[in-house]
Design a binder for this molecule. Structure first.
Ligand SMILES: [Zn+2]
Length: 277
């Protein structure tokens, strides 16, 4: 009895929030794994990072997920000038905001939020690390273990305690419904195979009226995305540039309202709120 109680106490820590991505029941921590009491699945924890993706992504039908080894290897340069400015200028145009400006725009929208913040496709915690604070506990998920390990290393070096990483897919989030006060989704919404499926799963784990803060790409006036051929070429490489009415339609279909877009070149930042209950 006392042994079980000790085990239950350890689950109440930062790992206590995680639920089975398949059946959404809360998981139990047992010897280096998170175990689902309902469907018996066991999710390994490596270097403090739970792994909720049990399938081999290199055999995925999704072209973005098949490139996982490349994405893993890119982790150390992701926040440097070797990556972000090149991507922003190529797709968004030469007058695109800098990474620092994007971080400021996106994080300002969640500045007044207290509680739990979900960072979707968090990479090395590029945005999530900057909003983590004693009053804001950040949970980052990404499909790349290389990115997550880099994020954990940055957070440790920077002394940031309020950010936690897990490997999971946006379509199957390892959380119970109604857990988050805000969600960030930066540099990834345009990559998901089905935008509405991804947005619906984000809405599921958010509280009513919680804010969603996004940076993605629009069919705007900058970079290759201002051209039809550029948008088609990008789409063939798994990047979908959104039209604004289309984005609003996807948000409404997923349970969001109060769409507030800002477009600069072909860079789209926006906020929206989960519909109140
Ligand atoms: Zn389960």
């Amino acid at each position: 009895m006392s042994v079980n109680m000790a085990a239950d106490t350890s689950v109440a820590g930062e790992l206590g929030i995680y639920a089975c991505p398949v059946c959404k029941r809360l998981l139990r921590q047992e010897e280096g794994v998170l175990h689902c009491p309902a469907c018996s699945k066991a999710y390994p924890i490596g270097e403090g990072i739970p792994d909720f993706i049990l399938e081999e992504l290199s055999r995925s039908s999704d072209p973005v997920l098949r490139r996982m080894r490349f994405i893993d290897r890119m982790a150390p340069i992701y926040e440097t000038r070797l990556w972000y400015p090149i991507v922003l200028n190529l797709y968004g145009g030469f007058r695109s905001p800098s990474l620092a400006q994007l971080i400021s725009t996106v994080t300002r929208k969640v500045q007044s939020v207290k509680g739990r913040v979900l960072d979707i496709a968090c990479g090395p915690g590029t945005y999530g690390r900057r909003v983590a604070s004693p009053s804001r506990e950040v949970y980052g998920i990404d499909v790349s273990m290389g990115m997550l390990r880099q994020g954990a290393a940055y957070a440790a070096k920077e002394g940031i305690l309020n950010v936690h990483f897990a490997r999971a897919r946006v379509e199957a989030l390892p959380f119970e419904a109604g857990q988050f006060d805000a969600t960030l989704c930066c540099g990834s919404l345009h990559l998901f195979a089905d935008t509405v499926v991804a947005l619906r799963e984000m809405a599921r784990v958010m509280k009513p009226a919680a804010i969603l803060s996004v940076f993605t790409f629009a069919a705007g006036s900058g970079g290759v995305l201002k051209f039809r051929w550029g948008r088609e070429w990008s789409r063939n490489h798994g990047l979908h540039a959104f039209e604004l009415p289309e984005m609003e339609q996807y948000l409404t279909a997923s349970g969001f309202e109060d769409f507030q877009p800002e477009v600069s070149g072909s860079i789209l930042t926006f906020s929206a709120r989960k519909q109140a209950a």
